[in-house]
Design a binder for this molecule. Structure first.
Ligand code: S3P
Length: 741
């Protein structure tokens, strides 16, 4: 059946009915918008304000010729109005309503018609205002708001889509739900908050010195109680109409409040902070969802372009943010420890925050980060809770691979999701050995995310020879090993970063590494500790190279982690002739740290020793920039792993450097770069943080300006890159890009 919209009849000209009429009239949804109200003054106001085309004083006449009838009356009046209009209703007429509860509307229709007419499509616009009456009608009231339709199985599909079209025409987003679900959701998200607001204001108003209280009640009170100015009769009706659901939400809330009360009585900081931090992050989470932006991708939807001009020289002292690998591990291991762990120097980037969020989702109380300080209330090896939904890990490979191992040993199921880049990265390399340990874990068709992990599996320690050099896989297996029966042994060919091993020892775990074989027995308890995370050598790398290639530079990067399993860049740069020295050497929780002092000196092309590949794995984008600035040819061989990072870094570097006029030859997994003069170009970031920053450094020695597109991913590891670069003397600025992603 198809419906021709000639006349829409709106019964009840209040705020909602009036606003709908006004919006439909403005958008010319029908030939005639007719208004009917028991109160003829409201009909007259509707006409005077041009909210309706025609006013009707006789319901029967208006009903007979209507194509759509919208009941915009109080929910309580639904039955009486349906009864009045029933005798005049035409077969083709579609009826809908705007009531904020739906079970009782359906009951009313049932009482009047005997069964629900297939042309009756219940609806509920989730919009309103404390104002009421037709004079306050606002044609934008529904724009960007949700309207929920609750058709029944027997409802006519074309009637449902007609009502959906009507609401879409007002700018609303239309959803469908079944009736019970609607009433349950609304009881929680609308009815309960309104009742709390009414009750709070009423309770305070009864206090003897209420005038005084209200005089000083500023922001919080005003924000929280705004909705207590809503229409009392309407809310009375809602309470009666949705009684059962509202009562169960009140009980739910009362229980929650009692828990908080108890925590306050006992001075139980962990419980109080648990409530507050969970609520805060949940609130931020749904604010993002409501504004239509994906959670954990806050920086990416406002894209930026970087512009770099040649630098004079880099001078002074700078600090770069905390180590990403250590920040992830500190949160994970701190959460599994017993007691409270304090971190300083934590990296506040998107990747490490994805890990924090994942543990919050699993019930761990985490305070901060605030200026690099984080407090983790460890829950012990068996204290995690099942998260309410999949864990979203954004761009972070480290979170996904390490968590795969850690979650394989839990007593609940989990699913790990990532962004597009992460979903295409290989996860079987960790899933496969975990299965050998007894884990039940599956990856997508292409071996990537989503990764689904089944809980309640008995894990057994394995003796595993690593086929690829990967600290993430090694760490995932060690974390699973904490839950596996027996002694886990991992044999590594190449050296990879050993932060997990060092950190586990900080938390009291006994573990040994002999000739590249790591051994760790299970059944150990982790004890909370305090950790000071040094600056990330992978972020320092950009400035090490920038200072090395810009004549006159003399730069100190303070307190950088120089763990030998990470410091390959220093060796490679020195082999190329860079002037680098380490001062103020110390250790932070077993991690070597030093100030890295770099002075300009001309570089020469070299054959990069393959044994340095795994200890400089993340630094190759910027090392290749150094190669482009060096005299002669640099050969980098056996770096196939670079194809599996946040982008195919071999391809990304080759394309970008070619555009800048550099001779780059790629043969399989080997790269040959002949140093030369770099020219200005527009470069693609490949949505990869390290590619972006490497080309920003290339821009410091280019003859003309370098423009790098889509740079917001630097927030993955180094959100304040541009500011630190400017401080060091790099002429870089960012501009908002004109994209509507
Ligand atoms: C990391 C290990 C490396 C590195 C990544 C961080 C870690 O990855 O590239 O940026 O924190 O363990 P692989 O283990 O895949 O080599």
């Amino acid at each position: 059946m198809s419906f021709m919209v000639n006349r829409v009849l709106i019964i009840g000209l209040g705020l909602i009915g009036g606003s709908l009429a006004k919006a439909l009239k403005k958008k010319q949804f029908a030939n005639v918008i007719v208004g009917y109200d028991r109160n003829s003054d409201d009909v007259q106001t509707g006409l005077d304000l041009s909210i309706i085309d025609e006013g009707s004083h006789h319901l029967a006449d208006a009903v007979k010729v209507a194509d759509i009838i919208v009941l915009a009356v109080p929910v309580k009046a639904t039955e009486a109005v349906l009864f009045d209009l029933k005798p005049y209703l035409q077969a083709h007429t579609v009826i809908t309503d705007v009531g904020s509860t739906k079970s009782n509307v359906i009951a009313a229709a049932q009482n009047v018609f005997g069964s629900i007419p297939c042309n009756f499509i219940p609806g509920h616009p989730i919009a309103g205002s404390e104002k009421s009456g037709v004079a306050s009608a606002d044609d934008t009231l529904f724009a960007k708001h949700k309207v929920i339709l609750t058709p029944l199985p027997e409802s006519d599909k074309s009637a449902t889509s007609l009502i959906a079209r009507m609401w879409q025409c007002t700018g609303a987003e239309v959803l469908q739900m079944d009736i019970e679900r609607h009433d349950e959701v609304l009881a929680a998200t609308s009815h309960l908050p309104h009742l709390l607001a009414f009750s709070l204001v009423d309770t305070l108003a009864k206090e003897q010195d209420s005038t005084e209280i209200f005089r000083y009640a500023a922001g919080g009170f005003r924000d929280f109680t705004r909705i207590a100015a809503s229409d009392p009769t309407m809310w009375h009706d809602v309470c009666l109409a949705n009684r059962q659901q509202i009562l169960s939400q009140i009980d739910n809330f009362t229980d929650g409040l009692a828990v908080l009360r108890e925590a306050i009585v006992k001075g139980d900081s962990q419980s109080m902070l648990g409530v507050f931090t969970r609520a805060k992050s949940a609130r931020e989470h749904f604010s993002k969802m409501l504004s239509g932006t994906a959670y954990s991708q806050p920086h990416h939807n406002s894209q930026v372009t970087f512009f770099v001009r040649s630098a004079a020289s880099l001078q002074g002292r700078i600090r770069v943010p905390g180590d990403k690998s250590m920040s992830h591990r500190a949160v994970m291991i701190g959460a599994l420890a017993e007691g409270v762990t304090h971190l300083s120097g934590f990296l506040e980037s998107e990747d490490s925050l994805a890990t924090v969020q994942a543990f919050r989702d699993m019930g761990v109380v985490i305070e901060g980060p605030h200026q690099g300080r984080v407090k983790i209330y460890g829950v012990g090896l068996h204290g995690l809770y099942q998260p309410p939904g999949p864990l979203y890990l954004g761009n972070s490979g480290t979170s996904m691979r390490l968590l795969s191992g850690l979650l394989a040993g839990q007593s609940f199921d989990t699913e790990l999701l990532g962004d597009e880049s992460l979903s295409n990265r290989p996860m079987e390399r960790v899933a496969e050995p975990l299965r050998k340990m007894g884990a039940s874990i599956s990856t997508s068709k292409n071996g990537g995310a989503p990764v689904s992990i089944k809980g309640h599996q008995k894990l057994f320690a394995i003796d595993y020879e690593m086929p690829v050099a990967s600290a993430q896989v090694k760490s995932g297996l060690l974390l699973a090993g904490l839950y596996a029966k027996g002694e886990t042994r991992i044999r590594q060919g190449a050296i990879t970063r050993d932060h997990t091993e060092r950190m586990l020892k900080n938390f009291g775990v006994e573990l040994s590494t002999v000739n590249g074989v790591i051994s760790m027995a299970s059944g150990q308890t982790l004890k909370a500790t305090n950790l000071d995370i040094p600056a990330d050598i992978s972020s320092a790398a950009f400035f090490i190279v920038a200072a090395a290639i810009n004549p006159g530079s003399d730069l100190v990067i303070e307190q950088v982690g120089v763990n030998p399993s990470r410091s390959g860049i220093l060796d490679i740069m020195k082999l190329m002739g860079a002037d680098i020295s380490l001062n103020n050497s110390t250790t932070h929780n077993g991690e070597p740290v030093a100030d890295v002092h770099v002075r300009y000196s001309p570089l020469n092309g070299i054959v990069i020793p393959e044994k340095l590949v795994s200890v400089a794995i993340d630094e190759f984008p910027v090392i290749l920039v150094a190669a482009a600035a060096a005299n002669g040819v640099t050969c980098l061989t056996g770096v196939g792993e670079l194809r599996y990072k946040e982008s195919d870094r071999i391809e990304a570097m080759q394309q970008g450097l070619l555009r800048m006029g550099i001779d780059v030859v790629v043969k399989g997994d080997d790269i040959f770069i002949t140093g030369g003069e770099l020219r200005g170009a527009s470069i693609s970031s490949y949505d990869d943080h390290r590619i972006t920053m490497a080309f920003a450094i290339a821009g410091t020695i280019a003859k003309e300006e370098v423009m790098i597109e889509a740079c917001s991913h630097v927030a993955t590891s180094f959100p304040e890159f541009v500011e630190v670069a400017q401080k060091a003397g790099i002429r870089i600025h960012k501009e908002k890009a004109n994209v509507s992603s």
